[in-house]
Design a protein around this ligand. Structure first.
Ligand code: NAD
Length: 265
């Protein structure tokens, strides 16, 4: 089996990375940064997001596992003092693969430029470059509302505990093949109206944001922030691709939610 390790880059994460690497090589596993079967991320959720994007082109062949060197992460759930256990589990046991849904984002341009496609593990947000964001929201090909406000956030179920949660979105179990649209400070008065509640869309429904007046937008995809100019529309749907996590022990999603937001232990 071939493995790669990505580190957050701080001293603690780098030391753990080197330790795990030499232990795994001792167990006859091959270090291969280009074509790993398993990617170990050492750091936090942000490190796993980075690893996900680094290996985005081979999601069907790669499984991820996360070690946290700070606080308990959603994707990074192994602690530094468990790495011997983790190394043995990787080397000796056939692991279970858990698949979670991803978000597909397609940005289309009015100047005839080639569309851009992204995959998000957590979410994608759209904000204006200047002033209030104004966009038409279409759901399944039908005009739904004209949004005015700070921005819109479309998240995956596993990303529902991240930015989406801070926006008052629901926490979705990742076995639900859906995406969630949440508002950021919408303007609601007698003139302007949005639904005001987060919406959960099934995999066969598409959400399309269409330019009204503005054409330049800041689109985030997880930790990445990209300025897009001359935008005609931004389309969101559940992706065909899925992310695969290697599971060596049960760690139910709701326990993860409890330990992250209520109390650890
Ligand atoms: P960061 O360093 O600002 O960390 C963001 C925090 O989000 C970290 O504590 C991380 O553990 C946590 N996090 C990440 N994914 C999570 C998940 N799926 N469930 C629960 N918590 C999660 O930024 P970063 O490390 O580069 O991560 C980027 C992420 O930050 C984005 O995908 C977005 O979800 C999140 N974010 C959150 C807010 C907010 O809550 N107001 C604002 C901006 C970005």
């Amino acid at each position: 089996m071939k493995f790669a390790i990505t580190s957050k880059g701080d001293q603690k994460s780098n030391t753990l990375m080197h330790k795990m690497r030499s232990y795994l090589i001792d167990f006859q596993l091959e270090y291969d940064e280009e074509q790993p079967d398993i990617v170990i991320s050492v750091g936090g959720d942000g490190t796993l997001l980075y690893a996900f994007h680094r290996y985005r082109s081979r999601l069907d062949k790669t499984a991820f596992v996360g070690v946290h060197t700070g606080h308990l992460g959603f994707y990074a759930d192994w602690t530094p003092d468990e790495i011997e256990k983790l190394v043995i589990a990787i080397a000796k046991t056939p692991y279970q693969i858990i698949e979670y849904p991803l978000l597909e984002v397609i940005v289309r341009f009015s100047n005839g430029g080639r569309e851009k496609k992204y995959l998000a593990l957590n979410e994608s947000t759209v904000k204006s470059v200047e002033g209030t964001l104004v966009m038409d929201v279409e759901i399944k090909g039908q005009h739904f509302e004209t949004f005015r406000g700070d921005g819109l956030c479309v998240s995956t179920p596993s990303g529902s505990t991240a930015y989406n949660k801070a926006l008052g979105g629901a926490i979705l179990h990742p076995s639900i093949n859906a995406i969630q649209l949440a508002e950021m400070a919408s303007i609601n008065n007698r003139v302007f109206r949005t639904v005001g509640s987060p919406l959960i869309l099934p995999s066969h429904h598409t959400c399309m944001l269409k330019s009204v007046k503005q054409v330049d937008f800041i689109v985030t995809v997880d930790h990445l922030q990209i300025l897009h100019k001359e935008v005609k529309s931004i389309q969101f749907r559940v992706a065909d691709e899925r992310v695969r996590f290697a599971r060596f022990r049960p760690f139910p999603f709701w326990k993860r939610v409890h330990d992250s937001f209520i109390s650890e232990g």
